[in-house]
Ligand binder design. Sequence first.
Ligand SMILES: [Zn+2]
Ligand SMILES: [Zn+2]
Ligand SMILES: [Zn+2]
Ligand SMILES: [Zn+2]
Ligand SMILES: [Zn+2]
Length: 323
Amino acid sequence: MSRPTSNSPSKGAVAKKKPPSKVTHDASSENRVVPRSGNRAVVMTKSAGKAGPVIVKKETILAPKGYTMRPVVPAKNYDVVSFARAMNDDFAPRVQKLFEPETHAAIIAQRTGIYIGWRCPEFKHDCQRVGDMSKCFCGHLLGEHDKYTGRSIQVPCKFGGCPCKAFAWIPSRPEDIGEFWFQRRRDFDVTKWRAKCRCKHTHEAHAATGGRQCKAKGCSCFHFNSNFLCAACDRHWEDHETFFETEDMRKMNGLPYGEDYLPFAEMPNLRNAALTGDEYDESLYQALTTGQGRPAITSNPPADNNTPVPFGQNRSGFRPVYD
Ligand SMILES: [Zn+2]
Ligand SMILES: [Zn+2]
Ligand SMILES: [Zn+2]
Ligand SMILES: [Zn+2]
Ligand SMILES: [Zn+2]
């Protein structure tokens, strides 16, 4: 039985693509690792029928059953897929839903040549693909901020009176930080969920500028220190930055671009699942690679990467159907 441990992405590892070295995991493996919280993982055992989750020590990240994977990809991906498989038979639609914001952001990035990624500065992969519907620390969406280009350094908020001077991505769904169980609660309202600081107050209770001091009455917190870890790299929110980049900048820095920027770009079945909700439906991927996506950028570039992209306009002209 092959042990995937040695090929697992290590914490905060700098992702480097190793092209041909693929690893196929033993398809008979019964254990799957599902989402972690802090430094634990929950393993579901399939064989025991109604087997409950067992808490185990992390560090073992298994590829989902029957999949071939490249070794270095943010761990989040595997956790999510294993989770989806363990919890539900219609896992592909689940994967699609979980990754919808990122898939959408990736398609738009590919189309416009403006990539917005959230990651630790030294990483060669993004922990999060960011789009206009992504939330900023100030509580407003990227689309509510000023126009931006692939070379923007700071994108200030334009929402009436908001003092935010630079867009900074913040998780807006519990699954963004690996807390998948929330969405299964019947009364859970994602619009009310907020990422929190160690002081227990939300990001919106902290100043959007400077040291991000907590504004809650009586709280002596001077900086936002996330009480959660990044689902992709296990580091704190404050270790990350939001980067605006052009395709050229990403090429030069060895960061994924084009189709490689799609979630699960290295795992076709999962990539399809994220795109269409069906592991075997290549149609959207084909569309992206053969006409409506990337090639269209080459033949009809969005002026150049310094042209600001206005919010609210259908920039891509291409609307994938997610339902
Ligand atoms: Zn704002
Ligand atoms: Zn903001
Ligand atoms: Zn605080
Ligand atoms: Zn506070
Ligand atoms: Zn991260």
